[in-house]
Write a protein that binds this ligand. Structure first.
Ligand code: HEC
Ligand code: HEC
Ligand code: HEC
Ligand code: HEC
Length: 417
């Protein structure tokens, strides 16, 4: 290129580039404007009581207190009656409620159906600021303790210490299972970006996990990747089952609220968003602007959560969310009833005297797969909104595997070829 033309081009593009970068920086760092009240460094490094942080951060404390208003916890069984068949033989079949506000965790866990206490002290791991302290106190025995042995020691619900370093107020990770999973992936926890942290603080709890069979330690099954396929492959390789379905005879694995895994690589995540962008939007408290500390459905606060980016109005947004969720629910129901049918066919084949064992085993393996993909969607909050295409894809895999399982179960007792 001619040097003069190059200079001209540079004169236009360089300032333009700087402008674009400045705009991008402005949009993604809006939170830098947010007031950090209070003197830092006066809160004890192990201050588990959120009330003790209140005097330094009164606006955040007020916001946090507003979580008490979030009280609904309807049973999943009301809208998903098929869950009882699918979870037969497992604690979840006795009671399984929708989540509510973070401040209710202690109350909710103490009221849990006794059939769900089998996991022991581990149940408390995502419920209280006191958990890291308990892990220090009891070491690896923490995971082996019974539910009743620890329940009187834990009184604080989720709070400031779960996500913040009390000295600097920086976001921090307090749960070893996440830190270890990231380290096994070769990530340096001290070098995570602020935007990654704005999702990872949530990933301490809003993820799927399992209890490592020997140590009962909570472990994230992420070593092959964080998507449903990778996680099932991880369990299959270990020959791991969490329980045996009493009717179908199949060894099964149980996904749990995989919000983080589902959100990763979604449209929004790849566009640079984090959980906090929608669930902790900037809000005015008095004359201060803070990140909302009311963890709830963003639809309760759609102006703050969505319209900063989407200018089509709240009606459009509500309709989009409703369309996505209705379609996901419909597909979920189709897959769920197919899995229930597979369970019923497997039962008949198990009871059949001259059953073809080879085909029966194959049918059971397909039931395991179908139920995994279905359940992965079913227990992940948001009804598909966090990643609509991936959600429907998982449900397609579930539906196909369930149909194949039904066919093989029928073939195993000679009903079809
Ligand atoms: C579930 C995790 C979580 C909990 C619990 C939590 N915070 Fe935060 N907090 C965040 C996130 C995420 C941000 C945004 C940080 C950022 O963007 O840099 C934040 C930001 C802040 C800030 C910086 C200013 C702002 O508003 O962005 C303060 C101060 C703060 N929180 C105080 C508290 C206090 C006090 C408590 C307890 C009453 C608390 N937080 C509980 C996740 C949490
Ligand atoms: C220490 C564990 C923990 C952390 C960290 C955590 N959560 Fe939660 N969250 C929970 C639990 C447990 C519940 C269910 C509480 C209940 O029903 O008693 C919940 C419930 C919720 C709900 C449901 C509220 C409702 O109305 O249904 C939302 C939304 C939510 N969390 C978002 C977040 C976001 C966003 C972050 C990160 C900024 C986060 N959570 C960090 C454990 C956690
Ligand atoms: C683009 C915005 C957006 C982002 C980013 C986002 N969510 Fe959500 N989330 C939603 C919407 C919308 C819903 C559906 C709310 C409803 O059905 O009322 C939802 C629902 C939820 C719920 C269930 C709340 C309820 O009341 O049923 C939880 C828990 C949750 N999200 C956690 C997370 C976590 C954890 C992350 C990050 C890994 C995340 N979300 C990222 C928009 C978002
Ligand atoms: C920080 C900016 C930002 C925020 C906040 C945000 N979005 Fe988005 N949203 C995007 C971007 C970027 C896309 C990608 C497509 C595009 O460029 O429009 C997108 C796409 C979408 C789509 C279509 C893609 C799909 O997956 O179906 C829907 C629907 C949507 N957003 C709804 C919401 C809702 C509801 C909220 C609030 C809970 C929200 N968004 C919050 C930036 C944002």
């Amino acid at each position: 290129m001619h040097p003069v033309r190059f200079k001209k081009l540079a004169l236009i593009t360089v300032p333009a580039l700087i402008l674009v970068l400045a705009a991008a920086f402005y949009f993604f760092n809006l939170h830098n404007e947010v007031a950090l009240e209070g003197p830092q460094g006066e809160i004890g490094i192990n201050e588990t009581s959120s009330a003790a942080w209140a005097k330094f951060y009164p606006a955040h404390w007020d916001s946090y207190q507003a979580n008490y208003a979030n009280i609904e916890k309807p049973s999943h069984f009301e809208t998903k009656p098929y869950m009882k068949d699918i979870y037969a033989g497992f604690g979840f079949a006795f009671e399984y409620n929708e989540p509510r506000g973070h401040v209710h965790t202690i109350e909710d866990i103490l009221a849990i159906d006794p059939a769900r206490k089998k996991a022991g002290a581990s149940c408390f791991t995502c419920k209280s600021t006191q958990v890291p302290e308990m892990m220090q106190k009891y070491g690896s025995d923490y995971y082996l303790m019974s539910f009743d042995a620890i329940k009187t020691e834990i009184t604080e619900p989720i709070g400031c210490l779960d996500c913040h370093d009390p000295q600097t107020m920086q976001l921090r990770l307090s749960r070893p299972a996440l830190i270890e999973a990231l380290e096994r992936q070769g990530k340096e926890v001290s070098k995570l970006s602020q935007q990654e942290m704005r999702s990872l603080v949530c990933a301490q709890c809003h993820v799927t996990y399992y209890f490592e069979p020997n140590t009962k330690k909570i472990t994230f099954p992420w070593d092959k990747g964080i998507k449903a396929d990778h996680i099932l492959a991880y369990y299959d390789e270990k020959n791991f089952s969490e329980w045996t379905h009493p009717v179908a005879g199949t060894g099964l694995v149980k996904p749990r609220h995989a919000e983080y895994e589902t959100f990763m690589n979604s449209t929004h995540q790849s566009a640079g968003l984090a959980c906090a962008d929608c669930h902790m939007p900037y809000t005015k408290v008095g004359n201060k602007k803070i990140s909302s500390h009311v963890w709830q459905s963003p639809l309760n606060n759609i102006e703050a959560s969505c319209t900063t980016c989407h200018r089509n109005g709240t009606d459009w947004l509500e309709q989009r969310v409703d369309t996505i969720q209705t379609q996901c629910k419909q597909s979920q129901e189709l897959a769920a009833y197919a899995v229930v049918e597979a369970i019923n066919e497997l039962k008949l084949s198990q009871e059949y005297p001259t059953v073809n064992q080879g085909k029966l085993q194959e049918a059971m393996a397909l039931h395991r797969k179908a139920q995994w993909y279905l359940d992965y969607v079913m227990v992940t909050n948001g009804y598909g909104f966090h990643n609509p295409t991936e959600t429907l894809n998982n449900l397609n895999i579930a539906l196909d595997a369930a149909h194949q399982s039904i066919k093989l179960a029928l073939a195993a007792r000679g009903q079809i070829q």
